[in-house]
Design a protein around this ligand. Structure first.
Ligand code: ADP
Ligand code: GN1
Ligand code: MG
Length: 352
């Protein structure tokens, strides 16, 4: 989008100073994120993804409610900058929102070391604690069935049957992996339904790059990307962090020989997470943490693969096979996690 148009959008918000520059920023897969600079301050300006989040009104109501709750507890969080008309977002052909830029922070696409990954575990554990007394009834379910893996598998199967672009021939072994694991996808969905796994308010997108770390110390400053805060299981949050961070390579590493599941990183994250949230993890949840990591990784793999088959309609891509490359890393990691269940269990047991 043209600089002029971006600055015209920025003018509609209560930003301090005159907008002078806007440029693409960050590595998110969903929203179009820009770094907006005025002659006084910096902001994050996002073109919201309305295909993924059709109910912008409900989404922004959620974010305002969650950030108010966090702020009332003294926690650093996203600050929604209202429009000049007093709304939390700008409605038009496209939908826009602006956040204050949280200065002096960095995000990592891959943890520089175990310590930093462990610190992110502590941050997400704390985030879970802060949401424990948040009233879930005020939340709109922004994406129903978000981590309902059996449903994700049905969606995958449909994409495969349609095979709109004839891409299935280029990913037969990946398809075979996803199908051969079909019987493993339902344990959390069933546990939530039966009531054995407690339904909590969870973040649901706990990638390392969704926590801002202090640029000097790497201490976690703020958990961001609150679009998917909804009722869910803590197994989703623990699992999704492990998926993205307990590995030796980036989510989109092409050279699969570099992609290995990392038990030391798993341990570091679990230690950090337990330091914050140990008291609220039930015995059944603790037992399922390694499985949760596997499940979130397999689920993400099938989502990337389904999007590849559908023609890249969901995740932002930088190359035609980007989703396939991502699917491959996730499925390799899922397969390695399966083989490491007992080691992961030993680590969890040693921390309990
Ligand atoms: P997406 O939903 O597409 O992942 P995010 O809301 O996570 O979008 O934003 C993308 C990236 O922009 C983040 O990973 C982070 O690097 C950066 N970012 C987002 N909000 C802020 C903020 N308030 N301050 C500083 N950086 C931010
Ligand atoms: C997306 O928004 P972002 O980039 O933080 C996705 C997650 C996936 C992740 C894979 C709303 O996260 O569910 O796990 O990509 N978010 C949404 O990297 O679908
Ligand atoms: Mg994000």
């Amino acid at each position: 989008m043209e600089q002029k148009e971006l600055l015209a959008v920025a003018e509609k918000f209560c930003v301090e100073g005159t907008p002078v520059d806007a440029r693409p920023y960050g590595e998110g897969h969903i929203n179009r994120t820009y770094l907006l600079t005025t002659d006084k301050k910096r902001y994050i300006m996002q073109c919201m993804n309305t295909r993924v989040f059709p109910d912008s009104e409900g989404l922004m109501r959620n974010i305002v409610a969650v950030t108010e709750h966090l702020r009332s507890r003294g926690v650093e969080t996203l600050e929604v900058i209202p429009t000049k008309a007093g709304k939390s977002y700008l409605s038009g052909e496209k939908k826009w929102r602006v956040y204050a830029f949280i200065e002096g922070t960095v995000t990592y696409q891959i943890a520089p070391d175990e310590r930093v990954f462990g610190l992110s575990g502590y941050a997400f554990g704390q985030f879970q604690n802060y949401l424990a007394d948040f009233d879930a009834s005020v939340l709109t379910e922004a994406i129903p069935h978000f981590h309902d893996t059996p449903k994700r598998y049905r969606d995958f199967t449909r994409a495969l049957e349609e095979d709109k672009l004839g891409r299935s021939k280029s990913c037969q072994s990946e398809i075979a992996f996803v199908r051969s694991h079909a019987s493993t996808y339902s344990r959390i969905a069933e546990g939530l339904e039966r009531g054995g796994i407690p339904l909590r308010v969870t973040h649901n997108d706990t990638k390392l790059n969704n926590v801002l770390m202090d640029a000097e110390t790497n201490e976690p400053r703020a958990v961001i990307d609150l679009d998917t805060v909804m009722p869910g299981s803590l197994l989703y949050d623990f699992g999704d962090s492990i998926r993205f961070g307990a590995t030796t390579a980036a989510e989109d590493e092409r050279d699969l020989s570099l992609v290995e599941f990392s038990l030391p990183r798993f341990r570091a994250y679990a230690e950090g997470y337990f330091k914050a949230a140990r008291a609220s993890v039930t015995a059944e949840e603790a037992e399922l943490l390694p499985y949760g990591a596997y499940l979130m990784t397999a689920e993400c793999g099938m989502r990337f693969l389904a999007d590849y088959l559908e023609g890249d309609v969901y995740f932002a891509i930088k190359s035609p096979d980007h989703n396939l490359v991502r699917a491959r890393t996730q499925l390799k990691l899922a397969s390695q996690m399966e083989k490491n269940f007992s080691r992961m269990h030993d680590i969890i047991a040693s921390l309990l």
